[in-house]
Design a protein around this ligand. Structure first.
Ligand code: PLP
Length: 359
């Protein structure tokens, strides 16, 4: 009963079958194979536009490569304080950009806002003494589990573009966001002003595959070299292509994400009944952030439920902590219901020794 992350899951059967199919016989290496070509066509179809596509194996590589195409070594990338690029990539964006600085904007309910971006960019620029803002990076769905409506993305992009900045979207959970928003992939990305989207698949059915999707053609020119130099051009690229093509075929990716989101909604409904369990952010995609009283947290762990202690804000008192619970496409309703029932039991234990469920 593992709710630690959506990368604790395996791959979807459709993706595994595509890998087996791609395994038969030889194929031209380094992405010049039919599976990669099919994946590129699939991305263009899904996004309804003629974009450049670069497949890589990790989200960190995708983000760092995308930002390296946008920010010079003396540039700044503005992002949320909990952004994966800021706190969870071991400085890869700084390495790949040759030293660009990541600067946090204020958290507003789990997101960054156009107003704060505008205020930051209106500060005196400090000339050569300060890094030059080059890009804004937002995460969709955000690290806090909320999603950006296309209008909010468009507002951020309008401010960014007005000041000459590019817009990067970390879409490790883009599928969950699109499934939640009910909009088209185009509306959630380039139509709202995103210049490069890192389209995740690994958390939602792929084995290891992400796509750097470049909507601004001017940003695509150097990426083939940057990807190779960064060690992310796979010689057996057909396996990335096969995964991405299968992931996007027939709406598989959105169906898988809808299942993960539904499991999160079910878990939210269950935990919403538990005394002392409070939600830090609204549950909008497939992640839950809940304040757990110590008795509930420790009881759940003793029962074998796995989840992360969230080290971002807020920091509740009285020994309580914030837990991050994540659902995936294969999360079972029975496990969701078992967790909610166990939380209820630990929150309101019956008389000593009775061992019953007083809820
Ligand atoms: C928001 C976000 N971006 C990117 C990534 C990609 O990370 P990885 O390099 O582990 O594939 C993750 C994975 O945890 C993530 O949560």
């Amino acid at each position: 009963m593992n709710f630690r992350s959506d990368n604790t899951t395996g791959a979807a059967p459709e993706v595994l079958a595509a890998l087996v199919e791609a395994n038969a016989g030889p194929a031209t290496p380094y992405g010049a194979d039919p599976w990669t070509a099919r994946a590129e066509v699939a991305v263009r179809d899904v996004f309804e536009t003629d974009c450049a596509v670069f497949l890589v194996a990790t989200g960190t590589a995708a983000n760092a490569l995308a930002l390296s195409a946008m920010a010079p070594p003396f540039g700044a990338v503005l992002c949320h304080p909990e952004a994966h690029v800021m706190v969870d990539e071991c400085g890869a964006p700084e390495l790949f950009t040759g030293g660009a600085k990541l600067i946090p904007l204020p958290d507003r309910g789990g997101r960054i806002t156009a107003a704060d971006l505008d205020a930051f960019l209106a500060l005196p620029d400090g000339g050569v003494h300060r890094v030059r803002p080059a890009a804004v990076s937002l995460t969709q769905a955000a690290e806090t589990g909320v999603v950006y409506a296309p209008g909010a993305v468009a507002d951020l992009a309008a401010v960014a573009h007005g000041r000459g900045l590019k817009v990067h979207m970390d879409g490790a959970r883009f599928a969950n966001a699109v499934a939640a928003l009910g909009c088209t992939p185009a509306e959630a990305s380039w139509r709202a002003g995103v210049d490069i989207l890192c389209l995740g698949a690994s958390k939602n059915g792929a084995l290891a595959a992400e796509a750097v999707v470049v909507f601004d053609p001017a940003l695509a020119a150097e990426l083939p070299y940057r990807r190779k130099r960064g060690g992310h051009l796979l010689s057996k690229g057909r396996f990335l292509g096969a995964q991405m093509a299968a992931y996007l075929a027939d709406g598989l990716w959105l169906g898988l994400a809808a299942r993960a989101n539904a499991a999160a909604a079910r878990l939210a409904a269950g935990l919403g009944q538990v005394p002392g369990v409070d939600f830090v952010y609204p549950v909008e995609a497939n992640e839950l952030f809940v304040v757990l009283p110590p008795r509930v947290r420790d009881g759940l762990r003793a029962d074998g439920f796995q989840f992360l202690d969230w080290d971002g804000p807020p920091r509740p008192g009285d020994g309580a902590t914030v837990a991050r619970l994540v659902t995936a496409f294969d999360t079972r309703d029975a496990d969701v219901d078992a967790l909610a029932a166990a939380a209820r039991r630990h929150a309101s234990p019956g008389p000593a020794g009775a061992g019953g469920d007083a809820a």
